[in-house]
Write a protein that binds this ligand. Structure first.
Ligand SMILES: [Zn+2]
Length: 253
């Protein structure tokens, strides 16, 4: 179906971008899991860009200590559920798209239900064990996901689409020993969440995934970007049984 007059006006500036395909974005279904500092940024940009169906999932309520980085929320929102608030804000921002808000914690059982029917998932989670659940669902349903994480001055991003690419468990199979709560200031998840949205838009329109089998690292203390590459790991408990090509003998540390 062609674009309406309202859509043509709303998306006027991005329709000028080389290789842009608004119809493809409109037909896309994306799950954003976690709408804290990372996920609320990527969800906002995906809604603004006109991704046709967004499913947003978060079980948390807004707390005062979230407000240094979760810029979609106000002091008046304290105590209210994040997924419903984000759903309402994004619907007001772009009424052309469908938004589904789910106020659930990610579990091994519901991860596949949430991923079902989606073209892509965005990881806005703050726990590695939850990311590994998302990774399982990604492998089981063949739905790729864009990983993002922040800690102090370090931000990371990758694209996982197992079994075509390595999965998260190939490179980070164990629960990470990170301090709790994670040290974080607002602008860094803003950068990584924006990169996740940028990659999502590009992937949904073109199928290109330039950071699969690679970890993009942003060091905010030195303003340096670097890329570390990896491959699928034989013996990976998630995707290892399907490995046929050249693989690593052991996980990267
Ligand atoms: Zn794997």
């Amino acid at each position: 179906m062609s674009l309406s007059r309202a859509e043509i006006e709303r998306y006027q500036r991005q329709l000028l971008v080389d290789s842009w395909n608004q119809e493809r974005l409109r037909s896309a279904r994306v799950l954003v899991v976690g709408v804290g500092g990372l996920g609320e940024i990527s969800a906002t940009y995906l809604a603004a860009a006109g991704v046709g169906h967004l499913r947003i999932c978060d079980s948390d309520k807004v707390e005062l200590s979230n407000l240094n980085r979760q810029i979609l929320f106000t002091t008046e929102d304290i105590g209210k559920p994040k997924s419903a608030l984000v759903g309402k804000r994004l619907a007001a921002q772009n009424p052309e798209i469908e938004i589904e808000s789910v106020s659930d914690r990610l579990t091994e059982t519901n991860a596949s239900e949430l991923a079902s029917g989606c073209d892509l998932m965005i990881d806005g989670l703050d726990s590695h064990s939850d990311r590994l659940k998302l990774n399982h669902a990604s492998f089981d349903l063949k739905v790729p996901f864009i990983y993002g994480a922040v800690n102090e001055w370090l931000g990371q991003l990758s694209f996982f689409n197992p079994p075509r690419t390595a999965c998260l468990a190939c490179v980070m199979p164990e629960e990470l020993q990170a301090p709790t709560p994670t040290p974080v200031f607002g602008a860094l998840p803003g950068v990584i969440g924006s990169l996740q949205a940028t990659l999502a838009v590009r992937y949904l329109m073109t199928g290109e995934d330039p950071v699969s089998n690679a970890l993009l690292i942003f060091r905010a203390d030195t303003m340096a970007f670097e890329t570390v590459t990896f491959e699928r790991r034989r013996g990976c408990e998630v995707c290892g049984k399907t490995v046929t090509g050249p693989v690593l003998a052991s996980p990267h540390s």
